[in-house]
Design a protein around this ligand. Structure first.
Ligand code: ZN
Ligand code: ZN
Ligand code: ZN
Length: 777
């Protein structure tokens, strides 16, 4: 059962008229609501603003008292009317970027999970859409993924291939009907249909493809299933052999699989589901939610090896619901229909070709997917929902920003790429595009750029990009003609993204932690504390540089990083440390790596935080090589969760000029001592996490003293590590910092494009024709 809070909850809607637009009113209300720990939203209306707030009666009272007393200097209230409405159990307060008076058709909606009304009809044998896998209405169904062009009406979607029957047409034309102007409206007589194909793509002539598909899954087969934004590869999650077969065929050795369960009850059997997670699972966006697995969860170990979290989601298309109803599955593996990091297959023939040899059969349909869109991934951390991959259900909803700007395109980073277009005071982030180093993703990137320009009706002549000269996104930006380019440093973009989504302006202390980002000194940065605003930044502190022996090879082989850190801290003595890591390592490889670093061959300098995590994971014996990105760091975190030790390893702080350097000599001394004492891996992992958090909070405090700044922004892929994030948040709050982090936008490189766009908007505004902001970095 879900635990429900016993605290009385109130929600009020407040209409305010007066001078409340263009005077910083929305951010003011946003901050006030957060200070009063209220959820809800604020949106502009023709007369002023509408606010909805939700929380305890006392906090709402406080909000209503303070609001008129604390309004921004230029704001004037002429009327304020509040009344009570039903609570909606929201968890955050948001600034809605759309005006409430805008017709819904002006904005393109994301894809929305099938609604309860449609599900009821679908399960009613007397309904004309009984078991129709494409049932939808104005409140649910595909949107973004079927759009070719604007305006959003049927002719501009992939539904234009289907002519509505008389019954569907009359629903569509009737303003009183639930399907009034529902563009994908369809039924058995006139709409899309399912088909089942064999492994070789031949039609299996069968009356009920879905029943046969369910039977194949029950037998342990692997099916490719066409969904909303692309194909999934599915198998029965309870069948160990099927799970292993899928891993082997997909060449996905250890990276966790997401599983779809029929109801919340089934999720609760497998995982601990708190109220907030349950709300995310059931939301109309239906993201994958990462949940702590129950130790007794009855699932094959191959679903999520060495991971205490399971990615779980609920059915969101009518087809998913039918599969569960007919097949009576307790859980299905539903993983992306691709090979390793390529984009999802979306076309029928494409799927048959690309997934050949993986799928035993293909459950397809003839409603074309025009926009590829992965499942979104979320997790609850520090009591707040956080977006890890922002795609289906959320795109193309814009992020409201405080800067009105001419159109800007920001092209993002290299891995987990997204792009962002600013139009007016709205930032439109694309869906997750993926790793641009593969050709298919690069094509997807080009399509996403063209599509976003088309549906937003803009043609930006300002392009923001990363400093890294080898990123495909950077090269793409440099190839455009007749545009002004704004290069933005990677970690500056991370911090700007965090500022943007938290509606901050002015200077902040930005803690940016990730694996790789190109620095202004050609080194690879990743353990950075910046003093930043949108216009620029100063590097205030960083992890001391170590060589990355072999460059990218050091990312795939964390043992190289352990050698690098040992060499840095112990020099030649590392060979006589007498610890298992040094004894067990291939001596020939060890000497090779040491020589590489000594001669500075292919060993770029780096302050990467991700690589420090890798080094520690390898040194304490967790993992010397990885099969997917960040695997060693993830396993280090998982180990640390097993311990309750309260110790923290020390770091060294040195100051050079105005720059703080975080050294690791003490850290490795202590680690080696613990390894010699045969301390437990979980304890060492936890002490390390704790130590990192404490030293960062200490440095932030020193910077606060020097600069009189109290706001801290946390960003970068390392904050996907829940333990690091929660330790640091706690340490900073104990020192009374005002801490901001990501919720709406990914903390990893998926959020970079938003930050790049904001930096460009500010630089262009500050210096409209500056030649310094254009050209190559
Ligand atoms: Zn519906
Ligand atoms: Zn029809
Ligand atoms: Zn990054």
């Amino acid at each position: 059962m879900i635990e429900t809070s016993t605290m009385p909850l109130l929600r009020k809607t407040i209409e305010i008229s007066g001078i409340v637009q263009g005077v910083g009113f929305r951010p003011f209300v946003y901050r006030l609501a957060n200070q009063c720990t209220l959820s809800g939203f604020i949106a502009n209306t023709p007369a002023g603003v509408t606010i909805e707030i939700e929380g305890s009666p006392e906090r709402i009272e406080e909000f209503l008292t303070r609001l008129p007393q604390e309004i921004p200097p230029l704001a004037r209230l002429s009327a304020l009317n509040a009344r009570e409405i039903d609570p909606q159990l929201e968890s955050t307060f948001r600034i809605l970027s759309t005006r409430l008076d805008q017709p819904a058709s002006a904005l393109i909606s994301p894809d929305i999970a099938v609604c309860d009304d449609c599900l009821r009809e679908m399960s009613n044998p007397r309904d004309r859409r009984f078991r129709y896998p494409f049932i939808n209405c104005t409140n649910c169904g595909p949107r973004f993924t079927i759009i070719r062009d604007i305006p959003y009406d049927r002719a501009c979607t992939s539904m234009n291939a289907f002519k509505m029957c008389a019954a569907c047409q009359s629903e569509y034309d009737d303003p009183a009907d639930r399907r009034f102007h529902a563009q994908p409206n369809a039924c058995w007589d006139c709409g899309p249909q399912l088909q089942l194909l064999s492994a070789d793509g031949n039609l299996i002539d069968i009356a009920e493809p879905i029943r046969e598909a369910a039977r194949l899954l029950q037998q342990g087969s692997i099916l490719a299933i066409k969904g909303l934004g692309g194909f999934h590869l599915a198998c029965n999650a309870k069948n160990t052999a099927a799970v292993e077969l899928l891993r082997a065929r997909k060449h996905r050795i250890e990276k966790p699989f997401a599983i779809m369960v029929p109801h919340l009850d089934f999720a609760q059997k497998l995982c601990h589901v708190d109220e907030l997670s349950a709300k995310q699972l059931r939301s109309i966006q239906r993201p994958i939610v990462l949940l702590p697995a129950r130790p007794d969860a009855d699932l094959p170990a191959g679903i999520a090896p060495a991971n205490r979290f399971l990615g779980v989601f609920l059915p969101y298309t009518p087809l998913h619901h039918l599969l569960f109803t007919i097949g009576k599955f307790e859980a299905l593996v539903m993983t992306s229909g691709n090979l390793s990091e390529e984009p999802l297959a979306i076309e029928n023939q494409e799927a048959v070709q690309r997934l050949h040899g993986i799928a035993d059969a293909f459950l397809i349909h003839n409603r074309e997917i025009l926009r590829r869109c992965d499942d979104s991934v979320m997790r609850i951390s520090a009591g707040v929902p956080q977006q890890l991959r922002r795609a289906r259900g959320f795109v193309p909803v814009p992020v409201a920003i405080e800067t009105e700007s001419q159109p800007i395109l920001a092209v993002g980073g290299e891995l987990k790429n997204t792009i962002c277009v600013i139009r007016g005071a709205e930032a439109f982030l694309s869906q997750h595009i993926g790793d641009l180093e593969n050709l298919e993703s690069y094509k997807f990137f080009n399509e996403a750029v063209a599509h976003l320009h088309r549906i937003l009706e803009v043609q930006p002549t300002i392009i923001a990009h990363d400093l890294h000269p080898d990123y495909f996104s950077t090269k793409w930006a440099l190839e455009r003609e007749g545009v002004e380019r704004v290069p933005v440093q990677h970690h500056h973009a991370h911090i700007a993204a965090c500022m943007a989504e938290n509606h901050l302006d002015g200077q902040v202390i930005g803690i940016a932690l990730d694996g790789t980002g190109y620095g202004t000194d050609d080194a690879i940065w990743g353990g950075e504390i910046l003093v930043a605003n949108y216009d620029g930044f100063e590097r205030a502190a960083h992890l001391q540089y170590v060589p990355l022996p072999g460059g990218a090879a050091a990312i795939h082989e964390p043992w190289r990083m352990a050698v690098s850190y040992l060499a840095r801290n112990f020099g030649n003595e590392l060979l006589s440390l007498g610890i298992p890591f040094v004894k067990e390592i291939d001596q020939r490889k060890l000497l090779l790596v040491l020589q590489m670093m000594q001669r500075e061959i292919h060993s770029p300098r780096s302050s990467s935080c991700g690589r420090l995590f890798d080094a520690v994971a390898a040194l304490i014996g967790l993992r010397g090589t990885v099969t997917y990105e960040a695997q060693a760091a993830i396993e280090l975190e998982m180990a640390a969760h097993e311990s309750t030790d309260e110790g923290a390893y020390p770091f060294d702080l040195l100051k050079e000029g105005s720059l703080w350097k975080i050294g690791t000599h003490s850290l490795f001394d202590w680690l080696i001592a613990d390894i010699r004492k045969q301390a437990g891996i979980p304890d060492m992992a936890r002490r390390f996490h704790h130590g990192v958090a404490l030293v960062l909070a200490d440095v932030a405090a020193k910077i606060r003293d020097e600069r009189s700044l109290n706001r801290v922004c946390l960003s970068g892929g390392c904050f996907q590590n829940v333990l690091l994030f929660e330790f640091l948040l706690h340490a900073l709050r104990q020192q009374n910092f005002e801490v901001h982090f990501h919720t709406e936008v990914p903390t990893g490189d998926g959020g970079l494009s938003l930050g790049q766009a904001l930096v460009a908007a500010h630089r262009i505004r500050a210096n409209p024709i500056s030649p310094q902001t254009s050209g190559s970095p």
